[in-house]
Design a protein around this ligand. Structure first.
Ligand code: FES
Ligand SMILES: [Fe+2]
Length: 451
């Protein structure tokens, strides 16, 4: 029994280190799914994934398979993917269009897009006098597909919480909401559109290793050094022959992993918020003066005016982490959603977005970053995945009991609950400390008792 072995999981976390069981204990994983992922706001999908009535997309929230579906009233619903009759999954496919209603493939019960029962075949003859008789069935929650307790959308990004009480989405996101504003504001039309479909990667490691790595400014110039150097060599050779601005920007996306050395990463800043969210500042020199960028700038200035344009384009963000399941690189319209499958299995969905109203070349840039840095085919992602697997393997041994987050511990600057890494300490492990602080709060025996 977990309760006997670990009466209070929050005790596994110290300010600068964490016990290895936090990553490897299967029962602890179940508890964190219940207390964290199935309680807080989790990103389900983007409204543009389901543009028409009946369009649906499935996604995992904690351990619960959910359906994002557009109703005929235009509203987006999030439902448990489960038939109330005998439990059959309603949608076996990842995505599709269900038509005017859902129809269970087992015994043909049908449901509206908001989950309410539409019909049970031979309802009168089969169920009269039972708890499911016609008079009651449509009002009976036992006959409806269950809805997520709360659903909210911000600028097209749909989140669900499976707990009926808790902060609103805006309260939960706090300043991390900038991830979505920054992404959408960069579109001349003020909106983004998801690019169907995504890469899906299953990594053989705990979900927290992925989340920690997203804002680990210490690792890129080590883990990705060989890829960065190779790209930098080619970039230099091309630069010798090409006129200024003619070396494809995609080389820079990779070479930055070698040219932005550890000391340069220290110039950036991590800003850590309650609930475990974090912003890493610093934009990887991706505001070039090539013709494509200049054409985009012109459209944006026409739309927003010079001053607002400079504000939009000057937002200093490299990465936003929305704990516990989302990593957003808003300047390049990249989003990765974490779907934990088990203590040592984690699915990541890797998405990218199109800025509405922007020239095609700007979309191509986002696509290039998606393919070169975030896709499973690139060496960048592969190098990270190897580390995740090796970390999980190492943590599963008896070779040690602790994971250290001591880098620059004690030098963080805290103001009103917001923790910034100290000056010139961008490689601080403050984001990991902050995530674990949030984890401990969610997981504490006291928090469990009040649920
Ligand atoms: S399980 Fe769905 S109709 Fe029977
Ligand atoms: Fe990495």
């Amino acid at each position: 029994m977990l309760q006997e072995r670990i009466p209070d999981p929050s005790k596994l976390v110290e300010p600068d280190r964490v016990r290895k069981e936090v990553y490897t204990d299967a029962q602890l994983f179940d508890l964190e799914m219940a207390r964290i992922h199935e309680t807080v706001w989790i990103y389900v999908g983007h409204e543009s994934q389901v543009p028409r009535s009946g369009d649906y997309y499935t996604a995992q929230v904690g351990r619960q398979p959910m359906i994002l579906v557009r109703g005929s009233d235009g509203k987006v619903n999030v439902l448990y993917n489960r038939c109330p009759h005998r439990g059959n999954m309603i949608c076996g496919d990842t995505k599709g269009n269900t038509g005017e209603f859902f129809r269970c493939s087992y015994h043909a019960w049908t449901f509206q897009h908001d989950g309410r029962l539409k019909n049970i075949p031979m309802m009168e003859s089969g169920y009269q006098g039972t708890r499911l008789e016609r008079a009651n069935a449509r009002d009976n929650p036992d006959c409806n597909m269950k809805r997520a307790a709360r659903v909210e959308s911000y600028r097209g990004f749909v989140f669900a919480s499976l707990a009926k009480d808790g902060p609103t989405l805006k309260e939960f996101l706090g300043p991390a909401i900038v991830a979505f504003d920054d992404m959408c504001d960069r579109a001349p039309d003020g909106e983004v559109e998801i690019v169907p479909n995504c890469f899906r990667v299953i990594q053989h490691s705990n979900w927290k290793l992925f989340m920690e790595n997203q804002i680990d400014a210490l690792h890129p110039s080590v883990t990705h050094q060989s890829t960065g150097r190779a790209a930098h060599e080619v970039e230099k050779q091309l630069a010798k022959k090409a006129k200024k601005g003619e070396v494809p920007l995609s080389y820079h996306m990779l070479s930055a992993f070698a040219t932005v050395t550890i000391d340069k990463w220290d110039n950036f800043q991590t800003i850590n918020y309650p609930y475990g969210h974090c912003i890493l500042t610093g934009y990887m020199g991706l505001r070039p003066q090539d013709p494509d960028t200049l054409a985009y700038d012109k459209i944006m200035i026409k739309k927003y005016g010079k001053q607002r344009f400079e504000e939009i384009i000057g937002v200093n963000i490299h990465h936003v982490l929305v704990y516990p399941g989302l990593s957003v690189q808003s300047p390049l319209q990249q989003l990765r959603a974490v779907r934990p499958l088990g203590v040592d299995r984690t699915l990541t969905e890797i998405w990218h977005f199109r800025l509405k109203g922007a020239p095609e070349a700007i979309y191509r840039r986002s696509l290039a970053y998606y393919n070169l840095v975030n896709s499973p085919a690139t060496m960048i992602n592969a190098d990270d995945l190897e580390n995740f697997w090796k970390c999980h393997q190492g943590l599963s041994t008896d070779g040690g009991d602790w994971v250290s987050f001591a880098r620059h511990h004690g030098r963080d600057v805290e103001k009103n609950g917001v923790v910034e890494s100290g000056p010139n300490m961008g490689t601080s492990e403050a984001p990991m400390r902050n995530q674990m602080k949030a984890w401990a709060r969610y997981m504490s025996a006291a928090a469990g008792a009040t649920r």
